[in-house]
Design a protein around this ligand. Sequence first.
Ligand SMILES: *Cc1c(COP(=O)(O)O)cnc(C)c1O
Length: 367
Amino acid sequence: MSSIKIPVAKPYIDNADREMVVSVLQSDFLSGGPYLEKFEKDFADFLNSRFACAVSSGTAGLHLAVKALDIGDGDEVITSPFSFIASSNCLLYEGARPVFVDIEETTFNINPKKIEGAITKKTKAILVVHIFGQTAQMDEILTIAKKHRLKIIEDACESVGASFKGKMAGTFGNAGVFAFYPNKQMTTGEGGMIVSNSKKLLELAKSLRNQGRNNGDNWLESKILGYNYRLDEMSAALGISQLKKLDWIIKERRKVADMYYNELSDIPWITTPSIGKDRTHTWFVYVVRICNGKRDLAVEKLAKNGIETRNYLPVIHLQPFMRKMFGYKEGDFPIAEKISKETLALPMFVGLASKDIKYICDKLKKV
Ligand SMILES: *Cc1c(COP(=O)(O)O)cnc(C)c1O
């Protein structure tokens, strides 16, 4: 492996973050302390949601959302094949079947026009993924869900802070889930969050993350089968201080996106990202389409110059275990498959200098 000069992603950590984590280590509460509750409250406030439940990862959050909405054996859930694998795995954990619907070529999000054709008697929910930093077309999805009495889970793991018609990603459905892995817009190391306006759902999620225990005083009694999906205090403390600067982080990421746009929008074989109507983008990644068939070569050439990129994303239905379980094959979701062969995530993080962006774009243009 040649050495990486410019990574594809990098967390933004400052002294305030470090001091918060150290303050936990100077206390006696390394788990289940005051920072957990504060992080949940601050995060719910940020989104204008009523309740939040912090968990150990985005995947854990998705799993609990599925479980808390009573989605399980024999149920079908409509979702996008163009996503990180966790958004489908969380259904398989509970014996539910992901039913894929192809995506929009513009935003790479699920195509609402194709959802109704996939609904059957077994359909219980739509698991909407807000991919790369912008939401799906939520008006149309909410209308379909209402008409067919379907639940909605939002996988907002890549789109914290994004909005649709002024409403925050993660607050449209029965539950919204976020992730704070170090490559996301804000990080807690490992970590995640479930938000909901349903007190009942959130209390169930809080019990499930803690071995199914009562949240009340009989703390060793487990009423239901639960898990250990708790978030520790160091992570929660980091989350509090990261959240304080999230608006600024998003602004900085926008500057990087603007610089890429200026460099690349005129290149005929590169398609820069398009932002859907009524939406704001919070740039989890900056993904361009390489339309001359040389995407894989671009990854290789850029790597030789110390620039790390990613072929975001491989489609879920063609992952080996998915093919085996459900018999999916090439051609099943042609738009997602086409996009998946063309997309390239360029380095995107706070502090990526304009000279580095010029360097990346110069090398890319030469492919
Ligand atoms: C990051 C991510 C997740 C979950 O991430 P964890 O690594 O479990 O925290 C889920 N869905 C999508 C779309 C993601 O990008």
